[in-house]
Design a protein around this ligand. Sequence first.
Ligand code: GDP
Length: 385
Amino acid sequence: MKLALIGFGQAGGKVVDEFLAFDSRIDGGFVESAIAVNSATTDLQGLEHVSRENRVLIGQARVKGHGVGADNELGSQVAEEDIDEIQGAIDRISVHEIDAFLIVAGMGGGTGSGGAPVLAKHLRRIYTQPVYGLGILPGTDEGGIYTLNAARSFQTFVREVDNLLVFDNDVWRSAGESVESGYDRINEEIVERFGLLFAAGEVQAGDHVAESVVDSSEIINTLSNGISTIGYARETVDTGDGLLSSFTGGSGFDEGESVNRMTSLVRKATLGRLTLPCDVSSADRGLVVATGPPDHLNRKGVERGRQWLEDETASMEIRGGDFPIPDRREVGAIVLLSGVTDVPRVDQLQQVAIEAQETTEQVRASAQKDFETLMDTGGELDALF
Ligand code: GDP
């Protein structure tokens, strides 16, 4: 499906930059347009693939290109004040060509955390296309302010988008990795999952159309409301140009094997690491997408996987389809679970945020009192004026 991507803040901009690279690497064609919005000049300058005219600096009057720090209330305000600047960039998109908007932001910071929900609200008022969010949750070790920001932004962003797709940095960190190289790797994981899903709905007639190619309307129907998470599993396959095929005189390909492979890939994708861990049975809707070389995709495999997911979720709304990628040496399964409600990480985020909010208020009140006590001379010392 064709998307207008808008990266808000540093994380949002970097992930959108990576989406552009991924889209051209797989020749996906799902990015119709990509915009980056930020209150920090240096973050915009660091992008590689988003075109210069699509980099929008907001909040110049207030923060002079230096960013809003981790103040997401200020992030919301500058987004509201400069919404016309953002709209100016969106006006250059052929909006009638797109199937949806996708706003990407890190929830723990300031610009994206505060600004993304403001933009979502604005876009939904103006356009008929669905507006999706891709919200990135902070690691639990990032500290109270990031958790508090994320919890407040999450609450607001969910309300303002048609569906919030979530990625939790916390479950994707690796020990011993620097923050920078860690994010580079994590961003690749993000775009591979979400990129393959959206590219799946963009296969055109004539492009090796398989029996049951996923259509963009199936993605849109699966993303009708609530919160979503994605699972992904893949396996390397012999694509028919290796040694094995020259011995067998063909592709060396066995249908039964490929059905079994697809069924277990769907299970692995669902039961393995999700972008947002949750109790799978709480999903309201789902979509299974088989990716890989057309020869290795078959209807029976996807259908078995789809039925298995129906049993796991007790949902009647599990869709399934193919995304043929001719030059790939891997077969994969993407499982999109939507309308999930049993998500321990969100409960935990809210709990820690409530505690952080209470502690902040107490610290502020007692600091004020302590300061008054410190400055109190019992009226014996006169101020200058
Ligand atoms: P903003 O520029 O004020 O919106 O804030 P940032 O985007 O820099 O940071 C917000 C949060 O996003 C941080 O707390 C991190 O959890 C996360 N983050 C920052 N950079 C990246 C990145 O490159 N990739 C990912 N996955 N997360 C990031």
